[in-house]
Structure formats: structure tokens, C-alpha cells
Design a protein around this ligand. Structure first.
Ligand SMILES: C[S@@+](CC[C@H](N)C(=O)[O-])C[C@H]1O[C@@H](n2cnc3c(N)ncnc32)[C@H](O)[C@@H]1O
Length: 526
């Protein structure tokens, strides 16, 4: 994935395409910096000299700026859990050196936490920050043509001052230093000028922000800036939820995410065992009130990763909202379950852990790389004996295979609109046009999955979306096409707080403080 990314790949894989000139990753004239010209060509010569350690610039800001560039240009996932990619200090320092032309000291735990906060927050608040940065530039073209690294440094400074409320003059000094060393003295002067303007307008309470006034469109645009989301999402949520609830949802999406850990019972690990380990690692946690195997963690996930709890299969990171989808499936020892869109396997593995070594989960997925991850994790979690993977497109597999089951899960590809607090960058990558494509795919996959269900068997349709068009509407359209299915209310399987009037499972980010998810049980009557 992201871990073996050369700067050349980084430059060619970006989604927006600034000219090489506008990237200006290499224009450095500062004498105090020892950067060499290999970075200039976007290449690292095998014989290049080890750069001198730069002790002037704060390491977490340098790392944050480079990580933000990599995320913006498609070289990394913003999913801060990606252990292999971003957790790897060596790789990260390699990117810093190649991009900025200097090395920083290694990051300690505090630095790592700061990088996580700054990168996540800066991405979430991008629209809001860019609006204010643009307003404080002396003309709009300066903002529009700003070189990417300079813009990232400004975003970091603005985020630190506006959202982290850090001492403003320290923020100015540190970011000016970074711009001077990583770019050139002129860039430092520009950062200095714009950040100082920000400090002034903030002190005078006169931040240039849009007012919530005018027609629906104007209000949606203002809300999109104030709460930093794409306009189309604001319009959609205002339509389905009303303005107040839409604002609450955006506030939730902008808050720091918490994570849940699932104790791996298949390896004989109980939640009490996991709690003992978390106590010894001094990771604050709370046991789930909905699921016996789950524990919530707000901070300290890095400690869990570093202690090897995930690698050793002691626990896995899984949101309770996804765990509750498995409750809706209700896997029992001896079951033969088909999981139609299974990779990377969160639900497959949790279902497999319920089988007590008896039965099978057949995990189908079109993506071979993700299936490989599923296979490796199944081995690590000691459930490989009850998991069989099938690499296939469900749509062709279902019509050609004799395989049938009494329990079929379709955890469909979806917009992910329920998981925006964890996937900081997702809001900027999703487009309104995606929704139509996804709905068509969901219909096709539902039709295919239904072929695999035995008479009296159940098809569970789930998503990690909160959008009715991907959830209830897909079920309704399916029932029109397939009158041989009926809704089986989920009240017997999940707490009543999660059951909708129509008998579907729905976790609501604002109400339940979990990711948003949906599931329906559909029983084949013939
Ligand atoms: C929401 S993800 C599944 C997440 C998984 N159930 C879990 O809990 O980890 C959707 C999956 O559908 C797979 N997919 C998309 N189109 C497919 C198709 N036509 N046939 C089979 N799998 C497909 C994707 O590769 C992706 O892994």
C-alpha cells in the first residue's frame, strides 16, 4: 500500500494535477539547511548522502505536512489505523527526507499523537480553513495558485490556532520556520504575514465566515463552509434529517473518533483478559454496553498497536456498529454462512468466532488483495479452520454456483457516509454521482445474493451508510422485485434502541456515538 511509495509515484499518482512548477517541493535556498539536489528531481539517488538531522523544525509539523501532501495527492490513506503504512516510522521519515530535503529526529509518543490530531483535524476542517486562508490572502489568485506544501503548512497553522487554540505566536514561529527550511525564506515571510493576519482577526472576533442566510442553496453553502463538508452532503442531510440534525451530524463527523476493540474469543481471549491488558498498557477504556466482546478506546490506540495486540490476534479494531450487524446475522455453531462481500473480513472473522470450530463462513469478494488480508487475519485469529475464501464477482458467481445457505450476509459496497468521523478524507473523495452508481451496484448485488438463499433462509443486507437511498430504499426496491422475500424484524437480535419502526437495524452516529450502519433481515418464504 502506502509504505513503498517513492516520490516519483507520489507525484504521478495524485488526483489533482498541479504542474511540477507549482508543486515546488524542491525550491530551497536556505543556507542553514543541508538539503541536496536529489530531491529536486523527485528521485532519491541510491548513493545519496544521509541528510543532516534538522533540529530547528518541530518534527511533528514536518511529518504532518508531508503526510497531508501524501493524502491529498493519493499516496496514502487517511485512515489513521493503517498500521503498516503510517505507523512505520522508518517509511514516514523516508518520505519526509525525500519531500522536504531534511531529516527530523524520531517521533516520540507525544509527537505521534500530535501528528494524528493535526492530520485528522486539518483534513476534516479543510473547507473551513481554506475559506479563511483564501479570505486573508491579498487576492484570490494567490490562494488558487498556492504551491501545495505552502498551503499544507498554512492549513496546519490555521488549524492549530483556530481549532486547537494553541498559543498563536508559537504557532506562527514554528510554521514560519518550517516554510523557510522546507521551501525558502520568501515562503516563510508569506506564512508569517498570513498567520499574523489570522491572529488579529481572531483576537478581534472578526473571522471572515459566511452568514447562515438566504435561500436553501445559500444556507447549504454557508453550512458547508462553517462545518467543513461538501455542499451536496449538507443538502442531502438537510433534506432527510432537517437542518439542526444535519448540523449535529457534521459536528459528530468533525469530532475525534473513538475506536472499539473486539476481544478474540476464538483464541480464548475474553473481554476481561483484554481489559487486563489495556490496564497494564494504561489505555483508558470503557466496556461496551451492547456487545459482550467489545471495549471502547478513545485514546491510546497506538499503544495497543505497538504492544502487538492486533498482530498477535488478541483483539481487532472493529466498531460496535459493525459488531451489531453480526448480531443481526445471529451466527451459531454449525452454521454454514455465505458472506457475499466479505473482505477485508471484519464481519467474517467475528461471525467465524461464534462458530466454536463447527460450521463454515464462505467469504466471497471480488478484490483479491483484500481477500488475502482476510486469509492472513483468519490465520492470526485462529479461525482459518472455519473460513473459506472465494475470489469472485458475486453477480456471476451466484448464477453459476450450486452453493446455497440458510444465512447469507451482503455487506454491500456503499458511500461510507456513516463512518466519516473515522475516515477523515472520505467526505472529500465522495461525489454525488457516486450515489447513483452505488445504488445500481447494491441492487445488482442484492439480486445476486438472493439466489444463494435457501427457502426459509435469511438474507441480511447491510451497509455502513446512513443514507436512506442506500438502505430502506434498496430494501423496498428489492421486495418489489422479489415478492418471495419478507422483512424479519431485528428486535430479537439487537437492543431495541437500534430498531427502527419498520424492524431494521440502524445505528445513528449522533444518538449512539457509534459509526452509522444499517441492516435488514429478509426471509425467503418460498
Ligand atoms: C463494505 S466492503 C465489505 C466489508 C466487509 N464485509 C467487512 O466487514 O470487513 C464491500 C466489499 O465488497 C466487495 N465487492 C464489490 N463489488 C463486488 C462484487 N461484484 N462481487 C464481490 N465483491 C464485491 C469489495 O471488494 C469490498 O471488499
Amino acid at each position: 500500500m502506502a509504505q513503498v511509495l517513492s516520490l516519483r509515484v507520489f507525484l504521478s499518482s495524485h488526483t489533482q494535477k498541479p504542474s511540477p512548477k507549482s508543486l515546488k517541493l524542491s525550491k530551497r535556498t536556505n543556507k542553514s539547511n543541508t538539503s541536496i539536489s536529489t530531491a529536486k528531481k523527485g528521485l532519491v539517488s541510491p548513493s545519496h548522502k544521509i541528510q543532516k538531522l534538522n533540529l530547528e523544525v518541530s518534527p511533528h509539523r514536518a511529518v504532518s505536512a508531508v503526510r497531508l501532501l501524501r493524502i491529498q495527492f493519493g499516496g496514502a490513506f487517511a485512515d489513521l489505523l493503517n498500521e503498516k503504512g503510517k505507523g512505520s516510522g522508518d517509511n514516514e521519515m523516508g518520505y519526509v527526507e525525500r519531500t522536504l530535503g531534511f531529516r527530523t529526529r524520531d517521533l516520540d509518543d507525544r509527537d505521534l499523537r500530535l501528528v494524528t490530531d493535526i492530520v485528522g483535524g486539518t483534513i476534516r476542517w479543510r473547507r473551513y480553513l481554506d475559506h479563511i486562508i483564501g479570505s486573508l490572502c491579498h487576492d484570490e489568485s494567490v490562494f488558487r495558485s498556492m504551491e501545495p506544501l505552502l498551503l499544507q503548512i498554512l492549513r496546519i497553522g490555521f488549524y492549530e490556532i483556530l481549532k486547537l487554540n494553541m498559543p498563536p505566536y508559537a504557532v506562527v514561529d514554528e510554521n514560519v520556520k518550517l516554510a523557510k527550511v522546507a521551501l525558502r525564506p520568501g515562503a516563510g515571510n508569506m506564512v508569517n504575514g498570513i498567520l499574523r493576519k489570522l491572529v488579529l482577526v481572531k483576537e478581534n472576533n472578526s473571522l471572515p465566515l459566511p452568514k447562515l442566510e438566504g435561500d436553501d442553496r445559500a444556507q447549504a453553502r454557508a453550512l458547508a463552509t462553517l462545518y467543513s463538508h461538501p455542499v451536496w452532503m449538507v443538502r442531502r442531510w438537510t433534506k432527510y434529517l432537517g437542518q439542526e440534525e444535519a448540523i449535529r451530524l457534521m459536528m459528530w463527523n468533525n469530532s475525534d473518533p473513538s475506536f472499539s476493540l473486539r476481544a478474540n474469543s476464538a483464541k480464548g481471549i475474553s473481554r476481561d483478559d483484554l481489559v487486563t491488558q489495556l490496564n497494564s498498557l494504561q489505555v483508558p477504556h470503557e466496556v461496551s454496553s451492547h456487545l459482550d466482546d467489545f471495549v471502547r478506546v478513545k485514546i491510546g490506540l497506538q499503544n495497543v498497536i505497538r504492544a502487538g495486540l492486533l498482530k498477535e490476534g488478541i483483539c481487532s479494531v472493529q466498531d460496535e456498529s459493525a459488531g451489531l450487524v453480526v448480531s443481526v446475522v445471529n451466527p451459531q455453531p454449525g452454521d454454514d454462512i455465505i458472506d457475499c462481500c466479505a473482505a477485508p473480513g471484519g464481519k467474517t472473522l467475528y461471525m467465524a468466532s461464534h462458530l466454536s470450530g463447527k460450521g463454515k463462513v464462505r467469504a466471497i469478494d471480488i478484490n483479491v488483495g483484500r481477500l488475502r488480508i482476510l486469509t492472513e487475519t483468519a490465520q492470526m485469529q485462529k479461525v482459518d479452520g472455519v473460513v473459506a475464501t472465494i475470489h469472485a464477482d458475486l453477480r456471476t458467481f451466484a448464477v453459476n454456483s450450486p452453493l446455497k445457505s440458510h444465512k447469507v450476509l451482503l455487506d454491500a459496497p456503499c458511500s461510507g457516509l456513516g463512518v466519516l468521523s473515522k475516515r477523515a478524507d472520505l467526505r472529500w473523495n465522495r461525489r454525488l454521482e457516486d450515489m447513483e452508481e452505488l445504488k445500481n451496484l447494491q441492487d445488482e448485488l442484492l439480486d445476486a445474493a438472493s439466489i444463494l438463499v435457501n427457502p426459509q433462509g435469511v438474507l441480511i443486507y447491510s451497509t455502513c451508510s446512513i443514507d436512506p437511498e442506500e438502505n430502506e430504499d434498496r430494501v423496498d426496491a428489492f421486495l418489489v422485485r422479489h415478492p418471495e422475500f419478507r422483512i424479519d424484524p431485528v428486535g430479537r437480535y439487537v437492543p431495541s434502541d437500534f430498531v427502527t419502526k419498520r424492524g431494521f437495524y440502524h445505528s445513528d452516529p449522533v444518538k449512539h456515538s457509534l459509526d452509522g450502519a444499517f441492516a435488514a433481515r429478509l426471509v425467503r418464504t418460498l
